[in-house]
Design a protein around this ligand. Structure first.
Ligand code: S3P
Length: 424
């Protein structure tokens, strides 16, 4: 699906952002380990989470849809050997987390994914899992991967990467391993796994950047999933850079390990207010009000990077409208996402008239530049590049065409209808 994006009028109104992808993946997978029934409300309908749901179905769970927003996962007969290879689609989270679960089962499994996922590195999880006694067959640490189920032993793992996917994989393996498993990361990555496993009764403790887990059984729980701050980010940026906009985004998860974008935008002089702060299903939530602002440049590096890793492409778009030079460092792992996001966002925003240079681990963005548009944009099979360039298109002087915009469906199938709702 190729689409044309035109300069937008001010954005006005209230929107509810769809469900958090990271939390939905975890609710689906952890429910599969409970041997009971779990109700999940407001789950993500993006293709990535549907890949996870299909996999746990293939592992013996049955899914009952109560309505459009609510389902029950019955894991009384799970986990059992699947009768076919497991399809992870485009989803790195599905692959890396499920590997931690499957490595310690008493049956064998095979995982595969789409073209983009088959290029992504899995060594980061294979290495620590092998230290725990896991066994894999793979070619150069990439999908497809065969997993030979083994009895695992706990390890103390010091991770070179701050990665919630790696951390979650090892904690899930540790849940079913002999003894104690600890995971220490250089900076704290998102902690949805820790919060949900705690709520399900696992023996898990956290101090600073270290998490310790012991072999535990999980209790079934009800989960209400909040809105995804990574999806809200596109609308926050749009509200800030489209003159005279004022929008409120309701029901957004603002867990501190995910809310780096709010800190960064505030440091850029953004008019952002958090309203109605509350806790639902162990996660902090708020409504976020943003108004058009005169942004200024900033520097983004170090411990904040894992707190906003998925938001860097849209932050780059906002930085093109900020006075001065914005510098992003320490984000080399952006090159290992659905595409090389450093290269992709540099190439595509420069086509629009921005002034961006890529560095090995980040970006240098000179603002403020007028985006001229009048060109064709590629999204590299990457949902976040698709949505970031769409938002940039809303401030371009001339229309732009985005090729293969359907990649948006990976995380945010409701994106275009929500844009229409607040475009007056
Ligand atoms: C995710 C963690 C992040 C993020 C991804 C989702 C998760 O990856 O980029 O979109 O749900 O755990 P890393 O932890 O590998 O940085």
């Amino acid at each position: 699906m190729d689409i044309t994006v035109e300069k937008s009028k001010p954005l006005k109104g209230i929107i509810e952002i769809p469900s958090d992808k990271s939390i939905t993946h975890r609710a689906f997978m952890f429910s599969a380990l409970t041997k009971g029934k779990c109700e999940i409300t407001n789950f993500s309908k993006g293709a990535d989470c549907m890949s996870t749901l299909k996999i746990i179905e293939n592992l013996g769970c049955s899914i009952e849809y109560i309505n459009d927003k609510k389902l029950i996962i019955n894991a009384e007969n799970a986990l059992k050997a699947p009768t076919k290879k497991l399809d992870c689609g485009n989803s790195g989270t599905t692959t890396r987390l499920i590997m931690g679960i499957l490595a310690g089962q008493d049956f064998n499994t095979e995982l595969f994914g789409d073209e983009s996922l088959s290029k992504r590195p899995m060594k980061r999880v294979i290495t620590p899992l092998e230290l725990m006694g896991a066994e894999f067959i793979h070619n150069n640490y990439k999908l497809p991967i065969a997993i030979k189920g083994k009895t695992l032993n706990g390890i103390d793992y010091i991770s070179p990467l701050a990665s919630a996917q790696v951390k979650s994989c090892i904690l899930l393996a540790g849940l079913n391993a002999e003894g104690e498993t600890s995971f220490t990361e250089p900076n704290k990555s998102r902690n949805h796994t820790e919060l949900m496993l705690q709520a399900m009764g696992a023996d898990i403790t956290t101090s600073k950047n270290k998490v310790i887990i012991k072999k535990s059984k999980l209790n079934p729980i009800e989960t209400i999933v909040c809105g995804d701050i990574s999806s809200a980010a596109f609308f926050m940026a749009a509200g800030l850079i489209i003159p005279n906009s004022e929008i409120t985004i309701t029901n957004v998860g603002i867990n501190e390990t995910r809310s780096g974008i709010i800190d960064v935008l505030k440091s850029m002089n953004a008019d952002i207010e958090l309203l109605n702060e509350r806790i639902i299903s162990n996660e902090k939530i708020a409504d976020i009000k943003v108004r058009y602002s005169q942004l200024k440049s900033t520097k983004i590096e170090g411990e904040i990077i894992p707190r906003l890793i998925d938001e860097l492409p849209i932050i780059a778009v906002a930085a093109t409208q900020a006075e001065g030079t914005t510098i992003i460092k320490d984000a080399q792992d952006l090159r290992n996402k659905e595409t090389d996001r450093i290269k992709a966002i540099t190439t595509e925003l420069n086509k629009l008239g921005a002034e961006i240079k890529e560095t090995p681990d980040g970006l240098i963005i000179n603002g403020r530049t007028e985006l001229k548009g009048n060109c064709e944009i590629e999204c590299y099979h990457d949902h976040r590049i698709a949505m970031s360039t769409y938002i940039a298109g809303l401030i371009c002087k001339k229309p732009i065409k985005i090729n293969e915009f359907q990649w948006v469906n990976i995380s945010f199938p409701e994106f275009l209808s929500l844009v229409n709702k607040i475009t007056c």
